[in-house]
Design a protein around this ligand. Structure first.
Ligand code: BGC
Length: 755
């Protein structure tokens, strides 16, 4: 292949090379017929294909509509994500698509993010693992996947220009790892750079991100594609590592590339590197095209159904109100039961092959006329007493009221952010009014991202059904009657109010800048550290059965940075129903000199357990799982000492824990200088010997005048001076020791420490 590409590069004219770097139109690359270079066809999206037939939404070819990413995130099931990817790959082949523009894996910085429904989680490990499986699934069918939107693209407000300003640790620990995991584990054919700037540089020309990190550090072999219209300075983009501009630029930027090469601003050799990467994927895509592919609509609908079942998250279930008993009389209330909102708006919108609603399925599950239906609310935001009264009448008559409420389309979409996290007033009023006449209220929520629930105490059960895709209606009905047990777990924290969210003070930003002031404390990392109880915590989700966690084993109580650690645990289904469980492993650095979250998710597994069954599962961890991003060394390091391994059903329901000790780290020692503090020298294996005696001498001098007969005073003085000495920058020794430690000695300490 490389030989072929080199030969093509020699034959391509400068104009042709420039032409290869952008699209012909909205969805295709440009072919070079005389050299047999094919065009590739690409389309959205991450939850089902949106292969346009004519301009505008809703005109795409029918395709299976899967649950959106926020629902998929709640499945915590990597095998399932692979399966969906594989299914999308098959549909892509059938519709002549070589590159799929998904998955979206940005972090959910705030529930207000308009596109949160398109993203998996607030946690980078969960997002990265799910994305890797999804990409592997798509690419198993000879179709490329596109990770998007790289990176720190966490709001819709002023999305084309906004400058996301974040510190190095936040970037490395929160906003990069999902991409890193997916690149390393799945090698996506493409990555889409975001619209926004990151620390003042447009993502489309961010050399540090596109070249040094993505290509050099992570070994990315595909090409970088611009988000649609994300190009700022095309020539800078080529230099930085942006291979492909979309949509087509009508030749404007192609001409700029040609001019830059001609006037020497851009080396042709650099353009060649970019074109070579593009050709690698274009040729591969063409080789993998299947002849006469077809897809089985019904089979894919069944996969959408299985997927929906794994996403639904049971948030609350007092007195085992669910599952329902088919002898009960049921009041189904709320238009979402009949006209489901099953996907989000914008570029990921699918034209589904069919759509199911919960009401129809409930009617088939309950005999006779046990199901009564009422609209509950009008589709605008008005509170309509007549409609509520009708609903109250059927609720009074029933044993249980099922309330289908949530966010209508115009509450969340690509393109704009939410301004609050409430459900519409007429939905909230309905919940209260029904609870006044019926004690068994089950709320079934439809929404792409967290909502506030000041009405939660009115509901005995709360079912989070997300945006469940085309088969969601059946999945909900089957869950309500207990045909299967719920197994979804929150992939994002649900706060009690939006002002509790860590990004609340800066979300959206001003004058084109948004400061990520919360740093690494995003999502549960923040709520836990600040001890702010959320409405429902990260990882939470109930089951119809019960599980026992036991026998946590770690293969080595002590480890070094070279070791692989095996952790195993037994999980038993102790209840009365076969069910799936998501086992979550968190790590806490017990004692740390750096600022770290209370604990962080590092591994998880979803397992299937029959009644009474026990499974032993194992997790494999390496040094990185214990590390933080060290901004002195610009690498991942962990401090020696004790760590806790915490395994549980959610971030707040830890069932088993154990400790493990890190004994050795061979990360490079920091380079210290004149401004480094005495305590940094004292903590440095080569520096300690040089500063320890000086510290002691200084303490002796400082404490010389202290009245030691007054023990309390002496103790106070000692603590005070110890702190003063520890924090002295090295060069200050000269004046603080009145010249006893002179410049020469200071230079010597620096040299010997860094030697
Ligand atoms: C979105 C991308 C999408 C592209 C093509 C952009 O506006 O941000 O996610 O893939 O359009 O539809």
């Amino acid at each position: 292949m490389q030989e072929k590409i080199q030969s093509l590069l020699q034959q391509l004219t400068l104009e042709e090379k420039a032409a290869l770097c952008s699209g012909k139109d909205n969805w295709t690359s440009k072919p070079i017929d005389r050299l047999g270079i094919p065009a590739i066809f690409m389309c959205d999206g991450p939850h089902g294909l949106r292969r346009e037939q004519a301009d505008g939404f809703g005109h795409s070819m029918p395709a299976t509509c899967f649950p959106t990413a926020s629902a998929l995130g709640a499945s915590w099931n990597v095998d399932l994500l692979y399966k969906i990817g594989e299914t999308l790959g098959k549909e892509a082949q059938a519709q002549g698509v070589q590159l799929l523009l998904g998955p979206g894996i940005n972090m959910k910085r705030s529930p207000l993010g308009g596109r949160n429904f398109e993203y998996y989680s607030e946690d980078p490990i969960l997002s990265g693992e799910l994305a890797a499986a999804f990409v592997n699934g798509i690419q198993s069918q000879g179709v490329g996947a596109t990770l998007k939107h790289f990176t720190a693209n966490n709001q819709e407000f002023e999305r084309m220009n906004n400058n996301s300003i974040l510190d190095e640790r936040a970037l490395q620990e929160i906003y990069l790892p999902a991409f890193e995991i997916a690149v390393k584990k799945a090698q996506p054919w493409s990555i889409m750079c975001a619209y926004n700037q990151i620390n003042g540089v447009y993502a489309s020309e961010h050399k540090e991100l596109l070249h040094h990190i993505l290509k050099e550090k992570w070994g990315f072999e595909g090409f970088v594609i611009s988000d649609w219209g994300a190009v700022h300075d095309r020539v800078e983009g080529i230099k930085a590592g942006l291979h492909f501009e979309m949509p087509g630029n009508g030749g404007i930027n192609d001409k700029r590339i040609i001019a830059a090469v001609q006037n020497g601003a851009l080396k042709e050799a650099r353009l060649d590197e970019i074109v070579a990467d593009l050709l690698t994927v274009f040729l591969k895509a063409n080789d993998y095209k299947q002849t006469n592919p077809i897809f089985n609509k019904e089979a894919h609908h069944q996969i959408a159904l299985q997927t929906a079942q794994e996403c639904i998250t049971l948030l609350k279930n007092e007195q085992n109100c669910l599952p329902l008993n088919i002898n009960q009389k049921i009041a189904v209330i709320g238009q979402f039961a009949k006209k489901p909102r099953f996907q989000g708006g914008g570029s990921s919108q699918v034209n589904p092959t069919q759509v199911e609603c919960a009401l129809d399925h409930l009617q088939t599950l309950f005999p006779n006329d046990q199901i009564q239906y009422a609209d509950g609310y009008p589709l605008d935001d008005a509170v309509d007493e007549t409609i509520i009264n009708q609903a109250q009448r059927i609720a009074t008559d029933a044993d249980v009221a099922l309330l289908f409420v949530g966010l209508p389309d115009h509450y969340e979409s690509e393109g704009f952010d939410r301004t609050h996290i409430d459900i519409p007033k007429n939905h909230a009023v309905l919940i209260r009014q029904i609870a006044a006449v019926q004690k068994n209220v089950v709320v079934i929520l439809t929404n792409g991202s967290a909502v506030r629930m000041p009405w939660a105490h009115h509901a005995k059960a709360i079912v989070e059904s997300w945006l469940l895709g085309q088969a969601g209606g059946q999945a909900i009905a089957d869950l309500l009657v207990g045909k299967y047990s719920p197994s979804g777990k929150l992939a994002e924290t649900f706060p009690t109010k939006i002002s509790d969210n860590p990004s609340f003070l800066s979300f959206g930003g001003e004058h084109g800048k948004v400061y990520y002031g919360e740093g690494i404390f995003s999502g549960y990392r923040y709520y836990e550290k600040k001890q702010i109880p959320p409405q429902f915590p990260f990882g939470h989700g109930l089951s119809y059965t019960t599980f026992e966690y036991s026998n946590l084993q770690i293969d080595k109580p002590e480890f070094s940075d070279q070791d692989q650690i095996e952790v195993s645990i037994d999980i038993t289904n102790t209840g009365k129903m076969d069910a799936k469980e998501v086992v979550q492993l968190y790590i806490k650095d017990a004692i740390s000199t750096v600022i770290r979250p209370e604990k962080e998710l590092k591994a998880f597994q979803k397992i299937d357990l029959a009644v009474g069954e026990t499974k032993n599962i194992t997790f494999s961890l390496d040094y990185r799982a214990f590390a933080y991003y060290n901004t002195n060394l610009h690498t991942w390091t962990a401090e020696k000492g004790e760590f806790q391994l915490l395994i549980g059903r959610s971030s707040q329901d830890i069932r088993q824990s154990s400790t493990i000790h890190l004994t050795e780290t061979n990360h490079p020692l920091p380079q210290l200088n004149r401004y480094s503090t005495i305590k940094e020298y004292a903590a440095h294996p080569k520096g300690e010997a040089h500063v320890r005696p000086i510290m002691e001498q200084m303490m002796a001098i400082f404490l010389a005048g202290t009245d030691h007969s007054d023990a309390e005073n002496a103790h106070k003085a000692e603590s005070f001076f110890k702190a003063i000495v520890a924090d002295l920058p090295l060069y200050k020794l000269e004046t603080f020791t009145l010249g006893a430690v002179d410049e020469k000695k200071i230079e010597e300490i620096i040299e010997k420490t860094n030697a």
